[in-house]
Write a protein that binds this ligand. Structure first.
Ligand code: AMP
Length: 284
């Protein structure tokens, strides 16, 4: 596995692979890898000859209250996991390499970036689209793989790719969960044992809504109330948002007539966790 740290190194590496007519896959991450990330590598390997995984804790997608410095990092382990997963190149740029002094250009998607995490984390998606656009330009992947765990981010990136004519196929991987249902996240490391138990309230809330839907409930407010009640059972959990939107338009829905997406962000202790699930009424 090659380790690349600067944009010129990436360009040279990519150029060499292209001369050999290889298809290139990209998996962007912020590191501290877990089985969710590795599932994306597998999807990329199925669609490409060589997979580049980037580990970059992108400072411009963190707001003032987002604890950039406290984001978990474990580069040695990341390297080992990438090697075992068959990653061809690990891209580990420094912040200075990607944002040298004087950097003043940003990429912003303005429709799907509204609401949900977009409202709670101003500037977050602008940071995400900027770094993903830069990675697309540097790595020039044929295919890039992202997780459905970050459903709004995935939608924003799909839109940016379309709007800016990036010749990149976007593939979305399903959310990988711990055995008890908690969505895997690098942030889960911040939870103590008690918070770890309480963090299950997110997955439980989504399950409860799905069960109520199966039982015939189509009213979004009623399904949201079911989820809110499930979260309220966890004393250290505080809802940031809890919404049901149309899976295509991301507009809030009042009555579920076609596939919708339930999304929630919940603070458990000092850690903000997100999760989501499709809600598909019977007969679809
Ligand atoms: P992150 O390192 O958290 O920025 O995530 C990097 C990529 O991995 C993003 O496309 C995420 O959506 C994806 N991802 C994170 N957690 C999971 C998970 N539990 N299952 C599947 N994909 C995930």
């Amino acid at each position: 596995m090659d380790i690349l740290t600067t944009p010129p190194e990436v360009r040279a590496w990519v150029g060499e692979r292209r001369r050999r007519a290889q298809r290139i896959g990209l998996v962007p991450t912020m590191g501290c890898l877990h089985a969710g990330h590795l599932s994306l590598v597998r999807l990329a390997r199925q669609r490409a000859d060589a997979v580049v995984l980037s580990v970059f804790v992108n400072p411009i997608q963190f707001g003032p209250g987002d604890n950039l410095a406290g984001y978990p990092r474990d580069l040695e382990r990341d390297q080992r996991l990438c090697r075992e997963a068959g990653v061809a190149a690990l891209f580990l740029p420094s912040a200075e390499a990607l944002y040298p002094a004087g950097h003043s250009t940003f990429v912003e998607e303005v429709w799907f970036s509204r609401g949900l995490c977009g409202d709670r984390r101003p500037g977050h998606f602008k940071g995400v689209t900027t770094i993903v656009a830069k990675l697309f330009n540097l790595v020039q992947p044929d295919v890039a793989v992202f997780g459905r765990k970050d459903a709004q981010q995935a939608r924003v990136i799909q839109q940016m790719t379309r709007d800016l004519d990036f010749p990149v196929e976007i593939v979305l991987g399903p959310t990988v969960r711990e055995a008890d249902g908690l969505a895997m996240s690098s942030r889960n490391q911040h939870l103590n044992a008690d918070q770890r138990r309480q963090a299950l309230c997110l997955a439980r809330a989504l399950d409860a809504a799905a069960r109520r839907l199966t039982a015939g409930e189509r009213n979004a407010a009623a399904l949201i109330a079911v989820m809110r009640e499930e979260i309220s059972r966890a004393p250290q959990a505080r809802v940031d948002y809890l919404e049901i939107v149309d899976n295509e338009t991301f507009e809030p829905v009042a009555t579920l007539k076609r596939t919708a997406l339930a999304l929630l962000a919940v603070h458990v202790g000092g850690t903000r966790l997100i999760d989501n699930a499709l809600l598909t009424p019977d007969g679809l």
